[in-house]
Write a protein that binds this ligand. Structure first.
Ligand code: ASP
Ligand code: CP
Length: 311
C-alpha cells in the first residue's frame, strides 16, 4: 500500500490486513513503555487545513510510538497566510524530507491531488464531504473488538444517523461496514441525505432503533451547510437524536458510536457515560492503534520483529 486515501481504493484485503495489524498495535499500547523502533528514521508530517482534536493528536501519538519523527504544520501560523499555494506548501514540506503526509482539507479530492506533487505516502485525514478512511478503520476495529466479530460483519445491522449528506465519516464508515459484510441503513431527513445513493435510506429512526446492532450517530456538519437544511433543530433532535426513550429501546448488546466531536443535546440527548453500549471512548483509544497500523503498513519494513523490542 503506497497511500491511504479512501476505503474503496484499498479494498477488502487491505482492510482485513490493517485490522489484524491493529491487534499488534493494541498489544504494544498496553505495554508499560508503549514504544517500538519500527519507524526509526522516518518522518511523518501532519498537514491539517481544518480543525481537529482526535485525528491530529492520534496520528502524532501513533507516529511517536513507532519512533518516527513528527512534523506538525499549523496552518494558522504558516505562510499559507502570506498567499502560499497548497502545491507550494506541499513541495516545501516534501523538500525537507518526509515519508508520509497526513492531510486534512476542506476540499474533496485534495489527497489525490497532493499525491501527484510528492513521492511521500499520503494519508487522508478527512477531505471535505468525501472520505475519512482512518475513522472508518477505527470504527470497524471497535465493532470487531466490542462484539468479538473477527470473522467479519455478516448479518450485522448498522444504522448511520444524522447529517449523511455533508459527512465524510458517513461515506467511509458505510464503505468499511459493507466491505466487511454488514447491512447499513442511512437514517436522515431527505434534506440531509445524498442526492443519489445505493445504500438503503429511511427517515424513521424509531422503526430501526430496537433492531440494530450498531447505532452510529453523526454531528450536523454546519460548517458545510450554505442554507438551513433543518428548519428547527429541536424538532430534528426529537426525530433523529438518541433520546432517553430511544436508548431504552436499544438491544442489550447494541453499540452506540460517534466519531466526535459530539453536539450533546442535538444528536445525543443521553450521557454516553451512562449508556452501557456506548463505545465512543474506545473509538478514540483505538484510533491511536489503527493509525499506528496504517503508518507501519505504509512506511515499515514489513517485519513484525520491529514491533517486538522496546525503543
Ligand atoms: N471529526 C469528524 C470529521 O472531521 C466528524 C465531525 O467533525 O463531525 O469528519
Ligand atoms: N473524528 C474526528 O475526526 O475528530 P477530529 O475532527 O477531532 O479529528
Amino acid at each position: 500500500m503506497k497511500h491511504l486515501r479512501s476505503i474503496a481504493e484499498i479494498g477488502p484485503g487491505a482492510v482485513a490486513r490493517l485490522l489484524d495489524l491493529t491487534d499488534h498495535m493494541v498489544e504494544i499500547n498496553l505495554r508499560p513503555n508503549p514504544k517500538v523502533p519500527a519507524l526509526r528514521g522516518r518522518t511523518v508530517c501532519n498537514l491539517f487545513f481544518e480543525d481537529s482534536t482526535r485525528t491530529r493528536l492520534s496520528f502524532e501519538t501513533a507516529a511517536r510510538r513507532l519512533s518516527a519523527d513528527v512534523m506538525t504544520f499549523a496552518v494558522k501560523e504558516s505562510s499559507v497566510n502570506k498567499g502560499e499555494s497548497l502545491r507550494d506548501t506541499v513541495e516545501t514540506i516534501a523538500a525537507m524530507g518526509v515519508d508520509a503526509i497526513v492531510i486534512r482539507h476542506r476540499s474533496s479530492g485534495v489527497p489525490w491531488q497532493v499525491s501527484a506533487w510528492t513521492n511521500a505516502s499520503i494519508v487522508n485525514g478527512g477531505d471535505g464531504w468525501h472520505a475519512h478512511p482512518t475513522q472508518a478503520l477505527l470504527d470497524a476495529y471497535t465493532v470487531r473488538q466490542a462484539l468479538g466479530r473477527t470473522g467479519g460483519f455478516d448479518g450485522l445491522q448498522v444504522a448511520v444517523v444524522g447529517d449523511i449528506r455533508h459527512s465524510r465519516v458517513a461515506r467511509s464508515v458505510t464503505e468499511v461496514f459493507q466491505v466487511l459484510g454488514a447491512d447499513v441503513t442511512l437514517v436522515a431527513p431527505a434534506t440531509l441525505l445524498p442526492p443519489a445513493t445505493d445504500v438503503p435510506c429511511t427517515d424513521d429512526l424509531d422503526a430501526l432503533v430496537g433492531k440494530v446492532d450498531v447505532l452510529y450517530l453523526l454531528r450536523m456538519q454546519r460548517e458545510r451547510m450554505s442554507e438551513a437544511l433543518v428548519p428547527d433543530l429541536r424538532e430534528y433532535s426529537a426525530r433523529f437524536g438518541l433520546t432517553p426513550a430511544r436508548a431504552a429501546r436499544l438491544q442489550e448488546h447494541a453499540l452506540v458510536m460517534h466519531p466526535g466531536p459530539m453536539n450533546r443535546g442535538v444528536e445525543i440527548q443521553v450521557d454516553p457515560a451512562e449508556l452501557p453500549g456506548a463505545v465512543i471512548t474506545q473509538q478514540v483509544t483505538n484510533g491511536v492503534a489503527v493509525r499506528m497500523a496504517v503508518l507501519f503498513d505504509l512506511l515499515g519494513s514489513g517485519s513484525h520483529d520491529d514491533m517486538e523490542s522496546t525503543a
